[in-house]
Design a protein around this ligand. Structure first.
Ligand SMILES: *[C@@H]1O[C@H](CO)[C@@H](O)[C@H](O)[C@H]1NC(C)=O
Ligand SMILES: *[C@@H]1O[C@H](CO)[C@@H](O)[C@H](O)[C@H]1NC(C)=O
Ligand SMILES: *[C@@H]1O[C@H](CO)[C@@H](O)[C@H](O)[C@H]1NC(C)=O
Ligand SMILES: *[C@@H]1O[C@H](CO)[C@@H](O)[C@H](O)[C@H]1NC(C)=O
Ligand SMILES: *[C@@H]1O[C@H](CO)[C@@H](O)[C@H](O)[C@H]1NC(C)=O
Ligand SMILES: *[C@@H]1O[C@H](CO)[C@@H](O)[C@H](O)[C@H]1NC(C)=O
Ligand SMILES: *[C@@H]1O[C@H](CO)[C@@H](O)[C@H](O)[C@H]1NC(C)=O
Ligand SMILES: *[C@@H]1O[C@H](CO)[C@@H](O)[C@H](O)[C@H]1NC(C)=O
Ligand SMILES: *[C@@H]1O[C@H](CO)[C@@H](O)[C@H](O)[C@H]1NC(C)=O
Ligand SMILES: *[C@@H]1O[C@H](CO)[C@@H](O)[C@H](O)[C@H]1NC(C)=O
Ligand SMILES: *[C@@H]1O[C@H](CO)[C@@H](O)[C@H](O)[C@H]1NC(C)=O
Ligand SMILES: *[C@H]1O[C@H](CO)[C@@H](O)[C@H](O)[C@H]1NC(C)=O
Length: 729
């Protein structure tokens, strides 16, 4: 007896010791070797975090200091492993199933692949599992322990059926299984998990009907089933047992039947998405009770009936999208109560449209947050309310394919954010606004309407001045013309300033200078001699940049010699400009240059002498007289010269200083344009900018207008290369 007892005691102790030794042995050493096994299964550790930190040489107690590892404070065993987002690629070894104290496992956002080892089902304490954003495949069955509370496996390649053993995890609260490859039916056992608040199965290949047991999970707040292949209909008492439901994602399945009116009993509902299904029947007016509702998407179904006016009670609604159904009747004016709305789409379906009729309610203007509005493909009639211009947040407005008539309200110009605008295929008339946001729209926005007019860029005829305006008679017309002329003058004057400025900063480059024609050579001394040492008696006149003398050359030829006063600022530039023009241009009606004389401190041009002086002298003289036909001839001469300068020479040339004093008359009273001191050569690529850059400031010399072939006509302003003449002093 004693011996037996002693033997038992000894055995007990031996067992105790070996047991405790083995306990000690399985302690932290086991955790260390499990983690090291994980480390060795990682084939790529791009950030080198684990590689450096999880050292195999360290004493096993150091495991608790490893990065991503947490131990219990009392038993010093690994309780949490968080290696999320460390750029790790590899598989999960079965050894992980030895971390028997593990509570939380977070490996999300890495490149793990392969299956979740069966051995993980040996983790009795596991509560929190996050493996999302990896490339795991295979079954998820090993994960469903009884303690499991949070399971996020989204965005992997897990497949097979969702196991019915899921109901073993009777404490599960959150389950994200979306974006995987699950097949088969949704197990009705899910309904046994009464603690579930989030069930997301979107984006899988689930078939069959939604088990009604799901609608008994009274804690459920989010139910996501979008993008599966689910059939059947929603139970009539769908919301009787789901008082907490906030989000309801059912889009893109093959659900049919009606939207049950009892949906209004999910009074916390924020999101209701039923798009792309086969729901029929009408939009239940009870939806108006869902005061918290923010998103109501039922587009692309077979819904009929009208839009219930109770929709106007949904004060929190941000998105209301019912396009692509068979909804008819008017748009309730209560829609203007939905002031939080950002997207309102009653329109477009790819294959079917709605048949909404009646007028666009004026109350729409109250939707100050609305960004996207489409009423396309309906039967709306009447005119566009002015109040549409109040919708200041609008980026896209599509009213195409309706029966809308009347004018496009000018108020729409004020919506500066508007980028997409479509009123095509309606019966709109009148002028298309062209200011504000309309500056960016193209003709596509307006095609197929009754009688739109306006800017040619919209490919519509120009608007005629209405009869009403014509009644104001000539006075109004002339007033408009005078105002227009003043306006154009101001523009021309400003452009002249700009041009002068440009000339100041522009150094003529060699390619600007055309090939210089050869000229007679006349020496400085010959010029002095010809002009009687630039004597008073030979002085013909003085201009802003020098004086002109009459001279008789050695061979008896009478010439005019323009001597530039180099003391004056800018005279050198005038010499260069004039030289450039006159040396290269040849025309019967331009003053011909015979030669130039240029050295360091003397610059002169030798011109053909014009015995009859300037046109100005003739126009203001008491004893000289030009009859009408002579005046006409001179006008034609100047016009020829301009025609040549503007259109016939290689580079368009703008005189910029055309006035009677610069029109010289030869012995036969033929007009010659002179004084090219502030002339501008226009490069080809500048010609498009023509209407803006020309002319210098100054006064219009009396009589100048006679000389213009088409003074200030729009011909000049619009035709390329037909240059506006500027009048400058
Ligand atoms: C591992 O990292 C932790 C902190 O992240 C640090 O306390 C510890 O000393 C590191 N261990 C080794 C071996 O580098
Ligand atoms: C794991 O670490 C990441 C990043 O440090 C953190 O955002 C996440 O909450 C952690 N996971 C758990 C379960 O604590
Ligand atoms: C841990 O688990 C692995 C695989 O499941 C096994 O081979 C190993 O013996 C276990 N025990 C220890 C102490 O590592
Ligand atoms: C994920 O795994 C599958 C095989 O299961 C493979 O075909 C695919 O290329 C992997 N994707 C990534 C991003 O690693
Ligand atoms: C898990 O559930 C299955 C059936 O749903 C059952 O056969 C099994 O015994 C359960 N396992 C545990 C550990 O409860
Ligand atoms: C969806 O289910 C229907 C029948 O229920 C089947 O004909 C169809 O091929 C399935 N589609 C997909 C993408 O699984
Ligand atoms: C809706 O569709 C179901 C078949 O899915 C049909 O039995 C029912 O009569 C339809 N209801 C209406 C109002 O069209
Ligand atoms: C649309 O609804 C009307 C009744 O409002 C019905 O007559 C018509 O057949 C429906 N069209 C389609 C394509 O379902
Ligand atoms: C809702 O809209 C209707 C019609 O526009 C209006 O008479 C009513 O006062 C609005 N209700 C609220 C609460 O704004
Ligand atoms: C409006 O439409 C644009 C382009 O169609 C889209 O990118 C944007 O998300 C939409 N905004 C809302 C609030 O629906
Ligand atoms: C026209 O569009 C451009 C960009 O596409 C934008 O920067 C500009 O503000 C728009 N102009 C108007 C008047 O809407
Ligand atoms: C769902 O739960 C309610 C009470 O919450 C109960 O009346 C009903 O019978 C349950 N339905 C099913 C199918 O379990």
């Amino acid at each position: 007896m004693d011996r037996t007892y002693s033997a038992l005691v000894v055995m007990h102790w031996v067992m105790m010791i070996t047991c405790c030794m083995s306990m000690k042995h399985t302690d932290i050493d086991t955790d260390q070797s499990a983690l090291l096994a994980l480390k060795y299964h990682i084939t790529s550790d791009s950030l080198q975090i684990l590689y450096k930190n999880w050292s195999s040489n360290a004493p096993s107690s150091a495991v608790c200091d490893w990065v991503g590892v947490q131990c219990g404070s009392r038993h010093r065993r690994v309780t949490a492993l968080n290696i999320s987002g460390m750029g790790l690629r590899g598989t999960v070894p079965p050894h992980l199933g030895n971390l028997s104290f593990l509570v939380s496992l977070d490996m999300r956002s890495n490149y793990f692949y392969g299956t979740v080892p069966r051995e993980l089902s040996r983790l009795p304490r596991l509560r929190f599992v996050r493996l999302s954003y990896n490339n795991f495949s295979g079954s998820i069955a090993p994960l469903f322990g009884t303690k499991l509370q949070y399971l996020d496996l989204s965005d992997n390649d897990f497949g097979g059926i969702i196991p019915s053993s899921i109901s073993n995890s009777s404490n599960l609260e959150v389950m994200f299984l979306q974006l995987n490859s699950f097949t088969g039916n949704i197990p009705k056992e899910i309904g046994n998990i009464q603690t579930l608040t989030v069930l997301d199965l979107q984006g899988n290949y689930l078939v069959g009907s939604i088990p009604s047991s799901i609608f008994n999970i009274s804690m459920l707040e989010v139910l996501g089933l979008t993008q599966n292949n689910l059939t059947g209909s929603l139970p009539n008492d769908i919301c009787h047992h789901l008082p907490n439901l906030k989000e309801f994602w059912f889009a893109a399945n093959q659900l049919s039947g009606q939207i049950p009116p009892s949906v209004s009993r999910c009074s916390q509902l924020r999101t209701l998405r039923l798009s792309f299904n086969n729901f029929n029947g009408s939009l239940p007016k009870e939806l108006g009770n869902l005061e918290m509702l923010e998103t109501l998407y039922v587009n692309k179904n077979n819904l009929q009936g009208t839009i219930p006016r109770e929709i106007g009670n949904l004060f929190n609604l941000r998105g209301f999208v019912i396009s692509g159904n068979n909804i008819s009747g008017p748009i309730p004016k209560e829609i203007g109560n939905l002031t939080m709305l950002t997207a309102l789409d009653l329109g477009f379906g790819l294959f079917t449209g709605n048949h909404i009729s009646g007028a666009i309610p004026n109350t729409l203007g109250a939707l100050l947050n609305l960004q996207n509005l489409s009423f396309a493909n309906n039967q709306l009639e009447g005119s566009l309310p002015e109040s549409l211009g109040n919708m200041v947040s609008l980026t896209s407005l599509n009213l195409s394919h309706n029966y809308l008539s009347g004018l496009i309200p000018k108020s729409l110009e004020a919506i500066s954010s508007l980028q997409v605008f479509d009123v095509s295929s309606n019966y709109l008339v009148g002028e298309i606004p062209s200011g504000g946001c309309f500056r960016n729209f193209t003709s596509k926005s307006f095609i197929s309407n009754a009688a739109l007019c306006g800017d040619p860029r919209f490919e519509v005829p120009p608007c005629k001045i209405s009869k009403k305006h014509r009644l104001y008679g000539k006075k109004l017309v002339s007033l408009i013309l005078i105002l227009a002329a003043i306006f154009i003058l101001v523009i021309v004057a400003l452009a002249c300033i700009f041009l002068v400025y440009l000339r100041k900063i522009k150094v003529p480059s060699p390619q600007d200078v055309p090939v210089v024609a050869s000229m007679e050579r006349i020496s400085y001394y010959e010029l002095l001699h010809a002009t009687n040492q630039l004597g008073e008696s030979n002085l013909l006149g003085s201009g802003s940049f020098g004086s002109v003398y009459k001279g008789i050359l050695n061979d008896g030829k009478v010439v005019a010699i323009k001597v530039f006063n180099l003391q004056l600022e800018g005279s050198l530039r005038h010499f260069d400009a004039e030289c450039k023009v006159l040396c290269n241009l040849r025309h019967r009606n331009l003053v011909k240059v015979i030669s130039s004389c240029s050295n360091q401190d003397f610059k002169a041009l030798v011109l053909v002498y014009m015995p009859n002086g300037s046109l100005e002298t003739w126009l203001y003289s008491h004893h000289l007289f030009l009859n009408m036909s002579k005046r006409l001839n001179i006008m034609i001469d100047v016009a020829y010269a301009l025609q040549y300068l503007h259109q016939e020479y290689l580079t368009p040339v703008i005189h910029c200083d055309l006035k009677p004093s610069n029109i010289l008359l030869d012995e036969n009273l033929v007009g010659h344009v002179s004084d090219f001191g502030i002339t501008k050569f226009l490069r080809m690529d500048e010609s498009s900018a023509l209407t803006k850059t020309l002319a210098t400031i100054g006064y219009i010399a009396p009589g100048t207008l006679y000389l213009e072939p088409k003074p200030f006509s729009f011909y000049h302003l619009t035709k390329p290369f037909a240059l506006v003449h500027c009048f400058c002093t």
